[in-house]
Design a protein around this ligand. Structure first.
Ligand SMILES: Nc1nc2c(ncn2[C@@H]2O[C@H](COP(=O)(O)OP(=O)(O)OP(=O)(O)O)[C@@H](O)[C@H]2O)c(=O)[nH]1
Ligand SMILES: [Mg+2]
Length: 231
């Protein structure tokens, strides 16, 4: 099975090399680090560690993820794509939990749930934890989806991913993907994963007031949008 791991990274030079090496120790074909205009040398550091590095100058988590997906498409696709943050807050050695249900043909997407797994003390500020809980519940009532977390550590078949027309290019990327998969009646499974405090560098989202407010705004917006529109 051909697995490509996409890691969006903005100023993660402090831990990206260790992360890339740990991911490459898993049965993966390729690690794509999308360097989102970092100023700390994240790209060259990731490349030296063995990643394929591509650049995306437009700031935004979604833009970075989308650039990774476009790079996979340009090189002919793969079997499964894993998304993972670049701050080493998720563990590469838990990737098998995400991939096993795909490889067994039991799911189209596997979402790593921190709520079902382990949340290290201090790794998830209360507003983020509450927001994830709230949006997960909303997804249950609006889209009939039983999930407990908006997991950024996820695996999805290329067959499905390549046909999703993604629009949310900042904070709403993950939410949009989960909702679009639910609306297609795709098979979505949750597995427990553990979550740790970022190993280095600075928070861009949940550790800042600006990031928290913007994330809440975009995530709630996309959560309700697909109640009405079809795509
Ligand atoms: N927010 C944000 N993150 C980006 C961007 N480009 C890439 N990323 C990466 O997206 C991942 C998630 O961002 P984090 O800053 O870790 O957000 P967070 O996990 O809510 O915050 P922490 O709890 O401090 O880790 C990291 O790997 C970032 O480097 C961008 O333009 N904006
Ligand atoms: Mg993080």
């Amino acid at each position: 099975m051909h697995v490509t791991v996409i890691i969006p990274a903005l100023n993660e030079a402090g831990c990206i090399a260790d992360l890339v090496r740990a991911v490459l120790a898993q049965p993966v074909a390729e690690v794509i680090v999308v360097d989102n205009s970092s100023t700390d040398g994240t790209g060259p550091v990731a490349q030296a560690a063995g990643a394929r590095v591509i650049s995306e100058s437009r700031r935004g988590y979604g833009f970075a993820c989308a650039a990774g997906v476009a790079a996979v498409a340009a090189s002919g696709g793969c079997d499964y794509v894993v998304f993972m943050d670049g701050d080493y807050s998720f563990l590469p050695q838990e990737m098998a939990r995400l991939l096993a249900p795909l490889a067994a043909g039991q799911a189209d997407m596997v979402v790593g749930s921190r709520e079902r797994g382990y949340i290290a003390p201090g790794s998830m500020p209360p507003p983020q934890r509450f927001g994830n809980w709230l949006v997960s519940r909303l997804m249950g009532s609006l889209y009939g989806l039983a999930i407990t977390d908006l997991g950024p550590y996820r695996a999805i078949t290329w067959q499905m991913l390549s046909t999703l027309t993604m629009r949310e290019m900042t904070y709403g990327w993950t939410t949009e993907m989960i909702i679009k998969m639910a609306r297609r009646r795709a098979r979505i499974i949750e597995v427990p994963v553990s979550y740790h405090t970022r190993r280095a560098g600075q928070s861009k989202v949940s550790g800042t007031v600006r990031g928290t407010v913007l994330a809440a705004y975009h995530i709630l917006g996309v959560t309700f949008r697909y109640m009405r529109s079809g795509s």
